[in-house]
Ligand binder design. Sequence first.
Ligand code: NAP
Length: 261
Amino acid sequence: MRILILGGTSEARELACALIAAGLDVVSSLAGRVRDPRLPEGAVRIGGFGGADGLAAYLRAEAITAVVDATHPFASGITANAARAAGQAGIPLLVLRRAEWDADPSWDVVADIHAAAAAVRAWAGDSVFLTTGRRDLAAFAGDSAHRFLVRTVDPPDGPVPARMTLIMDRGPYTDAAERALMREHGVGLLVTKNSGGPMTVAKLRAARDLGAGVVMVARPPLPDGVTVVATVDEAVRWAGPGSAGPGSAGPGSVRRGSGGG
Ligand code: NAP
């Protein structure tokens, strides 16, 4: 067994740790986007593979026997590539996707970042808290009607909103700190992706407590037919020793059709 974990998330790091503890041979892969990434335990490779074909070639060259795609729910390019590459190489693939945040009826749910930018443009208030990541800032760059409090891990390197206050941080965040930050900047609207998970959920409770609106970017769909679990424990059961073996879906898993996610 030699397992490739496509990472860049806390779940990917937890999974690497658990599988190594179970005695498996694990390689974690990071895209190399973040300047100072949190590294998982064990072997790590960094950088793109060169599309689905490049990833399939890597799987063969490195004698990988199973892939766990534990990338961020919005990293749809690598997720599509992993599904194609695993198919080409004839090896099992599991997608580990943390659950979405529980939907709130007050949210304005939008399909993508451009729809989020349109929702902000249509908003009559002043101060927006933008937490969708530095590579999505360009969609808001033409909006000079609003003030933007922007929080990113690394500094933006493309177009940004003209009236921007930048904070660089990467959580986890507390309710009290999020409330204080949003109060300090007079935030009336929060824009976020539905990343799910505990690390960044405090901003949603803070927005609710302060009566701020929420524009929620919905997740992109998963590729057809992939097997999905929501927790590290389920992924360990799928991949770990004593499991029925990668490819067995297991009780908590779901096979996704189009439009899933
Ligand atoms: P993406 O758009 O899905 O992927 C773009 C390209 O980056 C892929 O085609 C692949 O290049 C390379 N890549 C992505 N993830 C990789 C990985 N784990 N290992 C090796 N190459 C990878 O991805 P993204 O949205 O830019 O995200 C990049 C990474 O940051 C992901 O690993 C993700 O887990 C993490 N992340 C993303 C977000 C987000 O909001 N999107 C948030 C937090 C963390 P090639 O085609 O050359 O193989």
